[in-house]
Design a protein around this ligand. Structure first.
Ligand SMILES: Cc1cc2nc3c(=O)[nH]c(=O)nc-3n(C[C@H](O)[C@H](O)[C@H](O)COP(=O)(O)OP(=O)(O)OC[C@H]3O[C@@H](n4cnc5c(N)ncnc54)[C@H](O)[C@@H]3O)c2cc1C
Length: 388
């Protein structure tokens, strides 16, 4: 029996790869639902993703799964609003139109051309994202637009992230088609999970002893195991060292009767006046996110911040009072993303022992694509070893 532990994107991708090759596989997960970090709650008629994230339909692994028609997908605008002082300029999405649509107020023409140079330049092995972008001459454009935008992508300062991994992610945003399923990002993982024939939830693994798995539901004996939990759990279960630190982030959900904007653009603060890295009226992207007559605003912070600091910063960014906004939920995610520090590379093999293979974003890239790819590769390696 092949066993996959963890029904996040990595585990689901591993299971579907085995299943599609004609092999029976059981997936277990400790949680009451599949999806891991891609999950959604519905509270009082509001759709609350457990951490703001956009799904990129153009990721190669997402395309391979052919899910798009099942998601009732809402594509996010290809522009962002950049606030500076009491003005907000709408600029072409740096992911989509790095040259043509930038306002002259944000970065000089030379800096915009430098961003194109960046896209064509290979990063050095131990370089970080910030150094790579500045070395290419992005200067003020980096500080005002790219830095705040990328903080929301990496959930940390770009100077902490490997330029190699950063270049790959930035490239995928440029060619991307990002958005959300109309009823929350959880629909993405639920749709994938429905394809798995044998999925057992509420089954928490407590110990792994070779091919014997001790769970809260009893013992399972497997021929081969793909361990697709988050990094910390994998390290604990295998008595191994944790290979990379984890990044935390917080998503704040406020409700407003009057929306601060009609648009569903992400807004950024070029002046870095507070803890919020990005904010959007997510109910403008999908009306389902809030009951009629109400608006849901999703904002992300990556450093410790109080609600009053967040509210004050949001007032500056949106240029409107936030006094009557109501905080309805706050999701603090301690292990949001694995940090790919400069020099850290993708794992070349998923094999941990003769029985155990590893999968998870921490092995490949801190993204949906990274998680899905790691699961598929673990399953392929397992099948190769089995001569299947
Ligand atoms: C706030 C936030 C924003 C993000 N934004 C983006 C974005 O915009 N674009 C992008 O591409 N990526 C984004 N990501 C990253 C992406 O969501 C993750 O890389 C991906 O979901 C990780 O999948 P995974 O399968 O590797 O891990 P996980 O989703 O963590 O799955 C691990 C699974 O293992 C289970 N498990 C753990 N321990 C046990 C145990 N002992 N027994 C049984 N089961 C166990 C868990 O319940 C979970 O289901 C974001 C992530 C977060 C948190």
């Amino acid at each position: 029996m092949y066993l996959v532990i963890g029904a996040g994107l990595a585990g689901l991708s591993a299971a579907l790869t085995l299943q599609e090759a004609g092999h029976a596989v059981t997936v277990i997960d400790g949680a009451d639902r599949a999806g891991g970090r891609i999950s959604t709650d519905v509270i009082d008629g509001f759709i609350l993703d457990r951490g703001f994230q956009l799904i990129n339909l153009n990721y190669p692994e997402v395309k391979r799964l052919g899910l798009s028609t099942e998601l009732d997908f809402r594509i996010a605008p290809r522009t962002v609003g950049v606030c500076s002082g009491n003005k907000r300029v709408v600029i072409g999405d740096p992911r989509q139109a790095p040259l043509s649509a930038f306002s002259s107020k944000i970065g000089t023409l030379r800096e915009k051309l430098s961003f194109l140079k960046y896209l064509a330049t290979k990063p050095a092995a131990n370089e970080d994202v910030q150094n790579h972008l500045l070395r290419c001459g992005t200067g003020g454009l980096y500080d005002k637009v790219l830095k705040p935008f990328l903080q929301g992508v990496f959930l940390t300062d770009p100077s902490q992230v490997s330029a190699v991994v950063g270049r790959e992610l930035i490239g995928s945003f440029i060619s991307g088609k990002s958005g959300i399923p109309a009823k929350g990002v959880g629909v993405f993982s639920e749709t994938l999970a429905k394809r798995v024939i044998d999925l057992r939830l509420n089954t928490q693994v407590e110990e792994v002893r070779g091919n014997r798995i001790l769970t809260n539901q009893g013992e399972i004996v497997a021929t081969k195991i793909i361990l697709a939990t988050d990094l910390t759990t994998a390290a604990q279960l295998l008595n191994a060292d944790q290979v990379s630190p984890l990044i935390r982030s917080t998503t704040w959900y406020h409700v407003a009767v009057d929306a601060p904007s009609d648009s569903s653009e992400l807004i950024l603060d070029a002046d870095h006046r507070g803890p919020v890295v990005n904010s959007l009226v997510i109910s403008n992207l999908s009306k389902n996110y809030a009951p009629a007559g109400q608006n849901l605003i999703s904002s992300t912070t990556v450093t410790h911040a109080s609600e009053s600091e967040v509210r004050r910063h949001l007032a500056l960014m949106w240029g409107s009072s936030t006094e009557n906004w109501r905080l309805i939920a706050k999701y603090e995610i301690n292990s949001a993303l694995p940090l790919f520090a400069p020099g850290k590379t993708k794992a070349t093999s998923s094999k941990f022992s003769d029985v155990i293979y590893l999968a998870g974003d921490y092995l490949s890239a801190p993204s949906q694509n990274g998680a899905l790819a790691s699961g598929r590769l673990a399953a392929l390696e397992l099948m190769l070893d089995e001569g299947l």
